[in-house]
Design a protein around this ligand. Sequence first.
Ligand SMILES: Nc1nc2c(c(=O)[nH]1)N[C@H]1C(S)=C(S)[C@@H](COP(=O)(O)O)O[C@H]1N2
Ligand SMILES: [Mo]
Length: 524
Amino acid sequence: MTDMEPRRRTLLAGASGVVAAVATLGSAEAVAAFVAPASSPLLAVGSLVIDLVPGWVKDLVIALFGTNDKLVLLIVLGVLVAALAVGIGILEERRPVVGSIALALVGVVAVVAAITRADAGLDWAFSSIVGAAVGILVLRLLVTRLRTWDDATVADEARPVVGASRAELPRRSFLVLLGGTAVGALVVGVGARVASAGAVAVETIRKALKLPTAAVAAPPVPAGAELGIDGLTPVVSANDSFYRIDTALQVPNIDPSTWSLKITGMVEQEVEIGFEELLALPLQESIITLTCVSNPVGGDLIGNALWLGYPIRELLASAKPKAGADMVLSRSIDGFTAGTPLEVLQDEDRDSLLAVGMNGQPLPLQHGFPVRMVVPGLYGYVSATKWVVELEVTRYADARAYWTDRGWSERGPIKTESRIDVPRNGGRVAAGNVAIAGVAWAQHTGVNRVQVRIDDGDWLDTTLATAISDDTWVQWVLQWDAPAGDHTIAVRATDAAGKTQSETPVDVVPDGAEGWHTISVGVD
Ligand SMILES: Nc1nc2c(c(=O)[nH]1)N[C@H]1C(S)=C(S)[C@@H](COP(=O)(O)O)O[C@H]1N2
Ligand SMILES: [Mo]
């Protein structure tokens, strides 16, 4: 015997394969948790097997194991995966690269299984692709180290050295990588799987939830609110294209039956309300445009939806804020906080809602399920707390919100702004009649006038669509007889208070961008 005992080498190669498989599954689960919890290759392949297995096998399994059939499937899959992994490890050690190719093929099967699921998107492929790539990397590293160790053993036996053997260092480096990867991938994978299972479970509850109809319905969207121009942003934003901004790495999974909101702090009477109780209250609908303070001039961190919820002012009234309080610190289950002026939330003329519905659906998980705040006229970071669980009545002098501690203003009223949607910035259009159109907003004040300037011309009044309300953005359009050449188009809005947007560009930090959205177009 001149090298490592063959039995031991095979065993360690097999172990390398198993650890590569654990790394594959662990990283795939981690990616799935972010991309789409249901895209886990483990679930996808399992579901594919259930679909493919002939009926008599299913019947037999159910006859033998009853309601444990899924568990049996998972155990069988687990054993198969382990056997495959051992095989791939041994293959890679005997015929370098061949094992990696086999692992890549398994990845392809997982990708196909994932993207052919009923509600899958193409992004469901990500988790399997990343998983296979990580697995191959781990496999190659492990087998290379195993060979180095083996070669050193050969050298030791051929020409022994005094003291520590040459094989000691490679041996250690192989074992550390093997153990470290196994432990790391298990921790990450199991954590991600648990989180994904939570998201899938909460999504199921959400889908089954039926919201009550509003006691106070929103007036219908006026017919003239939607100009219906190609490329112009729709006046009501669909839930799945609504902008999303938050600090949540993992979207909180809240089972509504466990949700409650507490009103605490400077109040005569602490109040706590559960989800069922909230739904039993007379709910109100309101169409409100949310905007992010980080929206640059011309940006799209803004969206308009029909919200269903209970007026926050009513809940506050039942808690009876004490004199001296001037701020409500709303807290998300994940620790995020926003500081909203108490008087804004108490304002009789403002539909500040504890919202449960968005465009006729329960809030999507990403948009705060089961309950969030929506306040007309204030940027999201000071008002729109998602996954909200506490309203602490306090004072600006005593409490600070999440973003106030990070360089943003304590208060965040939305600034009047306007944006050109068509023609596209940098686009080309044919000479002749061209619609210049976009949106403008001055939430809770209202937009009075939108003007466009072409090149160095005069400011031209545009036609405003019918506004849904002062709490929403409004579309506008100007028909332009476009002459050939390169042109610059700028827009500015004037709000109902008579204030016209300032020309001077101002950065988003600390309290929102300012300036005129300006685009270039080529006319042929
Ligand atoms: N829990 C929580 N709520 C939050 C945030 C957050 O980071 N965490 N971000 C706020 C910000 S900055 C904005 S602009 C709005 C965005 O809401 P949306 O993602 O539903 O569009 O949510 C607000 N609510
Ligand atoms: Mo924001």
